[in-house]
Write a protein that binds this ligand. Structure first.
Ligand code: 8OZ
Length: 377
């Protein structure tokens, strides 16, 4: 058990915090949000810089899930961070956020079995821990939602290459001006799929026991921490979220072990999705306090937090940071609105979430500019 957590004041959500190598202006975080608006070459679009800069008053921005390699892609128009063009595109984003006084990391992912042959070189099968198809869909531009493909199991000999891809993308992320990276260890993508026995039925050193299933996540974390410094690395986990057919027979034991392993690195933070992503927080029984007790560093909580829940979580020290997804899409100035208990904008039509242009992306009004959306639409 790690040290007990002292309570804070009711205004602590809005006060500065040191998180690893980052000096944050407040404890409100913009969660990573897939928006499927990357351009040719999977380069972040020019207006991504505007979108993120509009939200730079968040204490921390976690930029959308971003591929570590071509193999890592699972959806249309999600950006990468492994080519010169992608790095140059991200540089316009990080410069714009820094110019507004913000701090920004990028979420690095490999989608693993949540992918489709059409995204893979020569139409090959995507890779996963085992050749078990996830009961989930992906989005392919022009085709809509389609079942993901049956993956092939990664060969043991290929695993060092996957770890190297994460390490390389992390080094390119810093070159692109990001303050750090978050590893996507959630939602059924490659790292989470290795963790969970619903997807991982390997019989080698990366499957079977909890220790073995946690090995890939911990090795990737170690490699990335070695490359850019552990105090610039966060890890996102979703212990019980059923997103993308993710499930495990004993998540509490699994994640207790994972977090104890992560605790040894001196990471910037661990980011935990409580319950079903975007859905019921009590979707499945899980003791998040017991998990948090196994980690000495900064704890970021996510999923369905509103203003009062976030104030209470920070004041009561059940979390050190709280991340918000849809609220930050709809409210670029969410921090100012929470500070003053101002009304919140509703989300625009769901068709604007994934793919499209400026509408539903850069045209949400702020309190300072309440007619921005009307003027542009
Ligand atoms: C929604 C649509 C596509 C991907 C995740 C990156 O669930 C995602 C994602 C969310 O973490």
């Amino acid at each position: 058990m790690n040290k007990p957590h002292a309570p804070r004041s009711a205004t602590a959500l809005f006060e500065r915090a040191t998180v690893g190598a980052f000096d944050l202006t407040n404890r409100m975080v913009m969660a990573p949000l897939t928006r499927n608006r990357a351009g040719p070459g999977l380069v972040p679009s020019a207006f991504a810089a505007e979108y993120y800069a509009q939200r730079a008053s968040a204490g921390l921005i976690i930029a959308e899930a971003t591929q570590v390699s071509a193999q890592a892609q699972g959806y249309s128009d999600t950006p990468g961070c492994y080519t010169d063009e992608q790095v140059a595109g991200w540089r316009t984003v990080t410069d714009a956020v820094h110019a507004e006084g913000g701090t920004i990391v990028v979420q690095l992912w490999h989608t693993g079995r949540v992918s489709h042959t059409s995204f893979q070189k020569d139409g090959q099968a995507p890779v996963g821990p085992s050749a078990i198809r996830a009961k989930t869909k992906t989005f392919i531009a022009g085709q809509g939602f389609v079942d993901v493909s049956t993956p092939r199991a990664l060969d043991l000999k290929e695993i060092p290459g996957v770890i190297a891809d994460f390490r390389y993308a992390a080094s390119r992320a810093l070159e692109a001006g990001f303050d750090g990276v978050e590893l996507h260890g959630a939602h059924g993508y490659l790292l989470d799929a290795f963790l969970k026995d619903g997807a991982n039925q390997r019989t080698d050193a990366y499957g079977g026991s909890i220790e073995n299933r946690a090995r890939l996540l911990l090795e990737v974390t170690k490699a990335v921490a070695t490359e850019i410094g552990a105090d610039r690395v966060g890890v996102r986990l979703s212990p019980v979220s059923p997103a993308n057919d993710s499930h495990d027979s004993d998540p509490q034991s699994l994640f207790n072990h994972v977090v104890e392993g992560l605790d040894l690195f001196g990471l910037a933070y661990v980011h935990v999705v409580e319950g079903a992503t975007g859905g019921a927080r009590d979707f499945a029984p899980f003791d998040y306090a017991a998990l948090r007790d196994r980690f000495d560093g900064v704890w970021m909580a996510n999923n369905g937090y509103d203003r009062q829940m976030a104030i209470d979580a920070i004041a009561g020290a059940s979390a050190d940071l709280v991340s918000f997804g849809r609220l930050f899409i709809a409210n670029p100035d969410l921090v100012a609105r929470f500070k003053t208990s101002a009304p919140l904008n509703p989300l625009m039509a769901s068709e604007t979430l994934y793919g499209g242009g400026a509408h539903g992306y850069t045209d949400y009004p702020t309190m300072a500019s309440p007619t921005a959306a009307l003027a542009e639409s």
